[in-house]
Design a protein around this ligand. Structure first.
Ligand SMILES: NC(=O)c1ccc[n+]([C@@H]2O[C@H](COP(=O)([O-])OP(=O)(O)OC[C@H]3O[C@@H](n4cnc5c(N)ncnc54)[C@H](O)[C@@H]3O)[C@@H](O)[C@H]2O)c1
Length: 230
């Protein structure tokens, strides 16, 4: 039985990727965490090998086809999961409700992005129409981004349903990291709400918060960092 003072044992899947490498450094720098395994085909380490190292939490930043499979594998092993991978529908994990370990999924771990989404939802209640422009680096696999898809869905629900579709435009260019602009329009005025992640460090406080909280979620799966913040 682990002592309350013991560090949280963390494994990272996608550990050789842009996000995975940044998460490994953040976990290593967190005094209350211990990095026990890095899984990635690029490192020759399978998820099963990483789970054999006895993590309490798996953090997954891989690819859309793999992330839900990893989540199931980890939960089956009694390991809580924090998923940052985008491009798959998190409702596919709904049947893990009541499982022996928890699942937390966030399309965006940057606190500023969560605030941008919240403000956009509020604005959607008051302005006639809206469109979203999301801009990312040119190696991003999915479009629209998970953040844009979720923002559009939340805004549509806030504005009163399917009659209020929010079109999303995707830009992929070298030099970008992760950016999103929500433009709302009404008679004689527009409102623009914009968030920029200019460094992958922007996601780390949110990822570490989720690692600390995933074991104690009141229910699971939970989707969205806002559930840990507000
Ligand atoms: N939630 C957020 O805040 C947030 C922020 C940025 C990126 N993302 C998402 O995170 C994901 C990763 O992004 P990235 O830029 O780091 O991509 P990346 O291509 O740099 O890294 C992905 C890594 O996953 C590895 N991988 C593939 N299959 C694997 C498997 N079966 N097991 C273990 N590792 C495997 C690859 O080898 C690669 O190293 C994407 O889906 C991206 O959209 C989410």
């Amino acid at each position: 039985m682990a002592d309350v003072q013991d560090p949280i044992r963390v494994a990272v899947a996608g550990a050789a990727g842009r996000m995975g490498e940044t998460v490994c450094r953040a976990v290593e720098g967190a005094p209350d965490m211990e990095l026990v395994a890095r899984a990635d085909p690029a490192l020759g380490v399978e998820l099963a090998d990483a789970l054999a190292a006895g993590p309490q939490v798996l953090v997954d930043f891989t690819i859309p086809a793999t992330a839900p499979v990893h989540a199931r594998q980890a939960v089956a092993a009694g390991v809580h999961v924090v998923v940052g991978t985008t491009g798959f529908d998190p409702s596919a994990l709904e049947d893990l409700r009541g499982a022996r370990a928890n699942v937390f999924v966030a399309p965006n771990f940057a606190i500023g992005a969560v605030l941008m989404m919240r403000f956009a939802v509020e604005a959607a209640r008051h302005m006639a129409r809206a469109e979203i422009i999301e801009l990312h680096h040119d190696a991003k696999l999915d479009r629209p981004s998970g953040t844009a898809a979720r923002t559009a869905a939340l805004m549509r629900d806030a504005a009163g349903g399917a009659g209020h579709e929010v079109p999303v435009h995707s830009v992929r260019l070298p030099g970008l990291v992760a950016h999103q602009e929500v433009i709302l329009g009404d008679i004689g005025q527009t409102l623009t709400i914009r968030h920029d992640s200019i460094d992958r460090e922007s996601f780390m406080p949110g990822v570490l918060l989720a690692v600390r909280r995933v074991a104690t979620l009141a229910s699971s799966p939970v989707v969205g960092l806002e559930h840990l913040l507000f």
